[in-house]
Design a protein around this ligand. Structure first.
Ligand SMILES: Nc1nc2c(ncn2[C@@H]2O[C@H](COP(=O)(O)OP(=O)(O)OP(=O)(O)O)[C@@H](O)[C@H]2O)c(=O)[nH]1
Ligand SMILES: [Mg+2]
Length: 233
């Protein structure tokens, strides 16, 4: 896997993500999920960790995914479709890639926010477990972790769930700009060690990514990883 991931050029990934992004739909129940017409990657994490901001930065758009200071802003599963520029599509077409015509980028509602857990908790569980356990075109789930807080119990419950369902996932540390460079390095090492050494995160991709959506750092590696996984499964 790591070898495969390094084959894709950063330039191709960068060009792919310079394509056109649009909001497709918000799903509040499984029957709303769109047909599995494109490979997809999903972003999940605690409320306020920065999922919607990351999607905007990834898709080079300011307000495509709605962001908020109030935790629990995103309550539905939001689908965005990224279509590559024609030249990139033509290039990929020669390889019969399933991602030739686009990929879905999926923004999931946050978990772990006590205030809305009471009324929204059950609904969240039902919707998100249906999503995570049934989508055949879901190539990877990115589990976002706030760089300042590291892995919380609710994150470990989520990774357990993904391990149980055999859903491939990778951790991303967010809001790197809130820490000093040495602080960023230290949390990255700490979380990577947990992933690699715990031996429990069986469906986790071993390397951990780190981004700042406000400073737009760390996106080159994320674009490359996300496209690679959609191209090769
Ligand atoms: N400094 C900094 N702030 C960020 C970054 N990413 C997100 N934020 C801020 O964090 C808050 C939450 O961001 P969202 O993207 O709405 O978080 P979310 O995970 O989608 O939240 P929910 O939908 O409520 O679960 C907002 O005030 C963002 O501006 C970042 O990279 N750096
Ligand atoms: Mg959100």
């Amino acid at each position: 896997m790591p070898d495969q991931e390094s084959h894709l050029s950063s330039d191709l990934a960068e060009s792919y993500f310079n394509g056109t992004a649009r909001f497709v739909k918000g799903c509040v129940e499984p029957s709303h999920f769109p047909e599995e017409a494109f490979p997809e990657v999903a972003f999940i994490g605690r409320s306020n960790v920065g999922k919607s901001s990351l999607i905007n930065a990834l898709l080079n758009r300011k307000n495509l995914a709605r962001t908020s200071n109030t935790p629990g802003r995103t309550k539905e599963i939001n689908y965005f479709l990224l279509t590559p520029p024609t030249k990139v599509a033509e290039q990929l077409n020669q390889t019969n890639s399933p991602a030739t015509n686009g990929i879905y980028i999926v923004d999931l509602p946050g978990y772990g926010y006590a205030k809305h857990q009471k009324d929204f908790g059950k609904q969240w569980q039902k919707l998100c477990s249906a999503y995570l356990s049934t989508r055949n075109n879901l190539h990877r789930v990115y589990v976002l972790i706030d760089s300042r807080h590291g892995l919380k119990d609710t994150d470990l419950q989520m990774t357990n769930f993904l391990d149980h369902w055999g859903v491939s996932y990778q951790l991303i540390l967010t809001k790197a700009d809130k820490l000093s460079v040495s602080g960023q390095q230290s949390i990255l090492e700490q979380v990577t060690e947990t992933v690699v050494k715990s031996g429990k995160m069986i469906a986790a991709y071993p390397s951990v990514l780190q981004v700042s959506s406000s400073k737009k750092t760390g996106f080159e590696a994320l674009k490359k990883a996300a496209l690679e996984v959609c191209l090769n499964g």
